[in-house]
Design a protein. Structure first.
Length: 724
């Protein structure tokens, strides 16, 4: 016969729950008894565990006091006075200090009443002072030569013995600390023999049931107890390892002392089971109804969200699981709504990042194309100036050269923020970083925004260890934000004012950037450093600038703080740890320029698909008396390398027909790199593959446009190097 189940959830719940409940009532007596028994034993075990922990904490406290006593006595100036007089053979003075120290130890012993012996030994282990209160005071010291040797070599500056038995006293524990002078030479040793009778009294006071006891067990098997051992194996036991010593505190008691109350529990369990069974049936009916109603509301809200209505929410019915489920559902809906908005924002930022990446690639390509003609113009102008010319023509050429350098600086500034920083830590001056940032923003500050810049830079020029490019990036961002804050500002008569300060305060180097804009509201002062938070109108800010600035400053070990005065302006304060003296001196000394003489008579190959640059380089090298061959492209250069040998190859990297890297590979294949040097001259310095090649091969290179003296000196240096 086929059994049909109810179709509604309420019927299914009742059908699933009632049979187990009825079966459970039959075995409730047995279950309650066992649960009660387990609970009582668990509670007793917890109490024993707590007692073991409390006892261990008390013992740790007593041992910690011994440690403090040892170090407190060892710091007595009388010890140093004594051994210094002994070193200077001032026996009378040394004896006076010894007696005074012995009296000090005696007073301490009377106060503490915890030590069976207090000894001070000289560097050979001989007794200098000895305090022996109580019985056995006249017996010889039991701190042996072996103990002295172990304590002298203690790694932590102090030593504790095993539990030992002192005649006339009982078990003791020796605490010893070597006394050393300023040079680390052993001058003596302070020894405290702690009477463990104090611990035994503490253990005796531990009450566990009728026959329980507490004891200490050491790793070597030695035990210290306060009561006799318990016969039998059925024991409740708890252990706790001390933190100050490798001892274990054991608290144990017979199980029979605690099982009496369980007989009453067993009888009460039967009556309780019957009552609970009847109560459960009534509760289940109410429970099923309370479950089904919230689930129906949850299903309706889920369908609404599935249809696209992310604003749909359900009422939270309470703090139980269904209430938590309702809350979790509402949180999920809220997160979905927030994620949809955040995804739209991230998509917009991603599009902006792609635009910036494309602009960076365009700048890199334009800079490469500009560097080639700039190199030719710069080189020939420098040659004309060096060769001599009429004064009027010389003035014209100097004006031309200055504007070439200006163009080069413009290109360098464009590349500055396209180039990826290598995160190199070098000594950098904060004044120079400020100057570089202001130079980058000079056009905007002076010609576009009409901002008056006040520089209050420290004459000492504070220096830090850091990445110059990253620090300039932070300053450019903060100065740009200051310009944005002062846009539309009308302040008469001072106008827009940007003040930049540097200096050292409280041992930290600092930069302050202050504007007289509208300021930032106090409730927004901390939020401005959060990623994606911006106070600018849509389309003008990504909300990442200040977050990145804080990250860069913190990576340099510094901090960035904001001080805003609404309606009066804002101050951003950057602080950094200063560069340590001499930290970079050795590396900077290696970079000092060296002048090399010409090496005439050498064979040189110049390869560049820019004819003007190739002719310029060839002319400069021929003036040194070298034999120079010129290749107008990479293919021609490969043919010349196959046909002849050269002492130096000066080549561009990106050329028609073959690249400079192909020339390097051709020489490497012939094994000619040992005799032939290579110097790369390139304007494509942002190309990742070019940078990787130059770094991997450790090749010499110059960046276009180059100074002709740099080219000459580099070529001369390479020609002077012996074959590898």
């Amino acid at each position: 016969m086929k059994i049909s189940l109810p179709s509604r959830l309420s019927g299914k719940l009742l059908a699933a729950i009632l049979p187990p409940v009825i079966l459970a009532v039959g075995g409730i007596v047995w279950l309650q008894y066992n649960l009660a028994r387990a609970e009582i034993l668990r509670e007793i075990n917890q109490q024993i565990q707590l007692l073991a922990k409390t006892t261990a904490d008390n013992i740790d406290g007593l041992l910690e006091q011994r440690y403090r006593d040892l170090f407190s006595l060892a710091e007595s100036p009388l010890i140093a006075d004594y051994y210094r007089n002994v070193d200077f053979q001032l026996s009378d003075e040394a004896e006076a200090y010894r007696r005074e120290f012995e009296r000090s130890l005696a007073r301490f012993s009377d106060r503490s009443r915890a030590y069976a012996r207090i000894l001070y030994l000289d560097q050979r282990g001989r007794v200098v002072c000895r305090i022996a209160p109580g019985p056995g005071g006249g017996s010889p010291p039991e701190f042996t030569a072996a103990d002295f040797a172990l304590a002298k070599e203690a790694a932590d500056g102090w030593w504790v013995s095993r539990i030992e038995t002192l005649e006339g006293v009982g078990p003791v524990l020796y605490f010893a600390k070597p006394i050393r002078d300023e040079l680390g030479e052993l001058k003596g040793m302070l020894v405290l023999a702690y009477d463990l009778g104090q611990l035994r009294e503490l253990l005796t006071g531990v009450q566990v049931g009728k026959r329980g006891r507490a004891l200490i067990r050491a790793p070597d098997g030695v035990t210290l107890d306060g009561r006799p051992a318990i016969a039998g194996d059925n024991l409740l036991q708890a252990t706790k390892i001390l933190s100050r010593r490798p001892w274990t505190v054991v608290v144990e008691a017979p199980l029979d002392d605690f099982l009496g109350p369980l007989r009453t529990v067993k009888n009460a369990a039967a009556v309780t089971a019957l009552l609970v069974g009847a109560l459960l049936v009534g509760i289940l009916l109410l429970l099923v109804r309370s479950i089904t109603r919230p689930i129906e509301a949850l299903v309706a809200a889920a369908r609404a969200i599935g249809a696209g209505d992310l604003s749909s929410r359900i009422a939270e019915t309470g703090t139980d699981e269904l209430g938590a489920l309702s809350g979790a559902f509402n949180e999920m809906a809220e997160h979905l709504d927030q994620n949809r908005k955040k995804n739209a924002q991230l998509q917009s930022q991603l599009i902006q990042a792609e635009k910036l990446s494309a602009v960076g690639q365009l700048i890199s390509a334009v800079a490469h194309e500009l560097n080639n003609p700039l190199s030719a113009i710069s080189g020939y102008v420098q040659i004309a100036l060096l060769d001599g010319c009429p004064p009027k023509l010389r003035d014209d050429l100097e004006h031309m050269y200055k504007n070439v350098l200006r163009c080069r600086k413009v290109v360098d500034n464009l590349l500055f923020f396209v180039r990826q920083s290598r995160h190199e830590r070098r000594k950098l001056g904060l004044n120079e970083a400020v100057g570089s940032a202001l130079e980058l923003l000079e056009y905007r500050l002076v010609k576009t925004e009409d901002v008056r810049v006040i520089k209050e830079l420290s004459p000492a020029g504070p220096e830090i260890a850091g990445d110059f490019q990253q620090i300039v990036q932070v300053l450019v961002n903060l100065v740009g934000n200051a310009c944005d804050a002062m846009q539309g500002l009308v302040r008469l008569p001072e106008g827009k004012v940007l003040t930049i300060r540097t200096g050292v305060r409280s041992g930290l180097a600092f930069i302050e950037i202050e504007d007289n804009g509208g300021g930032i509201a106090p409730e927004l002062s901390e939020k401005v450093f959060q990623p994606f938070f911006t106070t600018k109108e849509p389309g003008r800010g990504t909300g990442l600038g200040l977050s990145i600035c804080r990250q860069i400053v913190q990576e340099h070990g510094g901090d960035i703080a904001l001080e805003s005065r609404p309606g009066r302006g804002t101050v951003f304060r950057l602080t950094f740890p200063p560069a340590r003296a001499g930290e970079f001196d050795a590396a900077e000394a290696l970079a000092a320029p060296v002048s090399y003489e010409a090496v005439p008579g050498r064979r040189i190959l110049v390869a560049d698909d820019e004819a003007d640059i190739a002719d310029l380089i060839a002319r400069l090298l021929r003036e040194d008396g070298d034999e120079v061959a010129v290749a107008r492209n990479g293919s021609e250069a490969l043919k010349l390398l196959e046909a002849s040998t050269y002492d130096l190859v000066v080549t561009d990297i990106e050329m028609e027909g073959a690249k400079g890297t192909d020339l390097y590979a051709a020489l490497a294949a012939k094994g000619a790199l040992k005799a032939c040097r290579m110097l790369f001259v390139t304007g494509d310095i942002l190309n990742a593959k070019v940078l990787e090649f130059l770094s991997r091969t450790n090749s010499e290179y110059l960046v276009k446009p180059f100074d002709i003296s740099d080219l000459r000196q580099t070529a001369r240096r390479l020609l002077r190097q012996p074959p590898r």
